[in-house]
Write a protein that binds this ligand. Structure first.
Ligand code: PLP
Length: 418
């Protein structure tokens, strides 16, 4: 096959044309600060979208939303938090910011998200081992896929542990018709440049009520008490979203539904076009009627026995740049391989697609396999590690056309040796 001229990217945000108007308004009215009409307007838009009478605080990042949610669950030094292992590091890193310890929970095979059975086992075991219950439960909507929230909430309520839903990738995904992020005590959203919508960078925390909302707002703005001078009785953070970014967000909200519909259409096409490819499986939501994924990224798995062109050359070279760019700063890797990595045929598929100018990416490497978390307790069943070895993410963003999906699927087929 011939290499594409323009690179097909995983998920590049797409502007509606309405963003500029809100951003210009911010300049014209001199609201170039981390508060103002766009921030309030964006929060109102988000509240309307998620429903359930929730209140939303717009923040500078999704990571900040995880941090403040955990802080307000009372997480502190010496505590433990149960978190899905199969995720991006922003789900678990804030636990360590608070001096607490993440306890990683593996996934079930249907949704690839937190396994409720392992969750309960971990709760009982942590109580036995440490004498106290973990302070919070963090399930993650991986690539947009809803977690088994009915079962997770039942377990959380049984033991009285608050749930912080990490719906950063699952903005607009639903379970039983209800938007993710509105089931637990808190819901996390992200508007990073590659997520369902963007504010260039940003996030939001969905809160239960006015009191929670006020407390999170205090923490997000350096916890300033009501005096004519700066009076601080608690440690706060500088986490509020800027009025410029919120202007972009308001514009993005006008095309959110369109984006979600596009991602779902791309998913359907992958399912259809790859269904007869032996050893390749497109990951789809369970067909029980409860699940409604936004399919932020589409994913597939490749059986270990599938022969992919060039797999004998996989991992022969040391990679010189971090995935996702990392601002162009290069931290040279010590080796071309680690003790837990995608199979050679998966890496060969990634390289083969890359040569045709198609971006693809391994699945998130489970946190319990990350060197930085080698001492953290983990309750595992092998599911996330197995999936990490056989899975990959495929382009799904608003710029991916029907022609592109055909091209990508043809490329996948052409890279497999019959
Ligand atoms: C993107 C993401 C976040 C939040 O990240 P920010 O880049 O800080 O907005 C949190 N959790 C998961 C699983 C994510 O993918």
């Amino acid at each position: 096959m011939e290499r594409r001229k323009d690179r097909i990217l995983l998920c590049l945000c797409h502007l509606s044309g309405n963003e500029q108007k809100f951003v210009n308004e911010a300049f014209d009215t001199n609201w170039v600060v981390p508060l103002g009409p766009n921030v309030n307007g964006f929060e109102k838009d988000l509240e309307e979208f998620v429903g359930q009478n929730k209140r939303v605080v717009a923040l500078s990042a999704g990571t900040a939303a995880v941090h403040l949610a955990l802080l307000n669950c009372g997480v502190g030094p010496g505590d433990e938090v149960l978190v899905q292992s199969f995720t991006f590091c922003a789900s678990s890193h804030p636990i360590t910011y608070l001096g607490a310890t993440p306890v990683f929970i593996d996934s079930e095979k249907e949704t690839w998200n937190m396994d409720p059975e392992l969750l309960e086992k971990a709760i009982i075991d942590r109580k036995e081992k440490t004498g106290k219950y973990p302070k919070a439960i963090v399930p993650v909507a991986l690539y947009g896929m809803p977690y088994k929230i009915d079962q997770i909430m039942a377990i959380a309520n049984k033991y009285g542990i608050p749930v912080v839903e990490d719906a950063a990738e699952g903005f607009g995904s639903k379970f039983n018709g209800q938007v993710l992020g509105t089931f637990g005590k808190y819901g996390v959203l992200s508007f990073n440049g590659n997520k369902m919508i963007t504010t260039s960078g940003g996030g939001a925390l969905i809160t239960e009520n006015e009191d929670e909302w006020r407390e999170i707002m205090m923490y997000a703005t350096q916890y300033r008490e009501s005096y004519p001078y700066y009076q601080h009785e608690k440690i706060g953070y500088n986490y509020r979203m800027s009025n410029i970014c919120a202007g972009i967000g308001r514009g993005q909200m006008t095309i959110l539904d369109e984006h979600i519909a596009h991602h779902k259409k791309v998913q359907k096409m992958y399912e259809e076009l790859l269904k007869d490819v032996k050893g390749v499986t497109v990951h789809s939501q369970p067909e029980t009627g409860e699940y409604d994924s936004n399919y932020w990224l589409c994913t597939m798995t490749i059986n270990p026995d599938v022969k992919v062109k060039g797999q004998e050359n996989a991992y022969k070279q040391i990679v010189t740049g971090a995935v996702g760019g990392a601002a162009g700063v290069i931290h040279a890797a010590d080796s071309a391989t680690t003790d837990c990595q995608p199979n050679d045929n998966v890496e060969a598929m990634r390289m083969g697609l890359d040569a045709l100018n198609i971006e693809s990416r391994p699945l998130w490497k489970p946190m319990h396999k990350q060197p930085v978390y080698k001492n953290a307790p983990a309750y595992v069943n092998g599911v996330s590690e197995d999936l990490f070895k056989i899975g990959m993410c495929l382009p799904a963003g608003p710029y991916v056309t029907e022609d592109d999906v055909h091209f990508i699927c043809d490329a996948i087929k052409s890279l497999i040796n019959e």
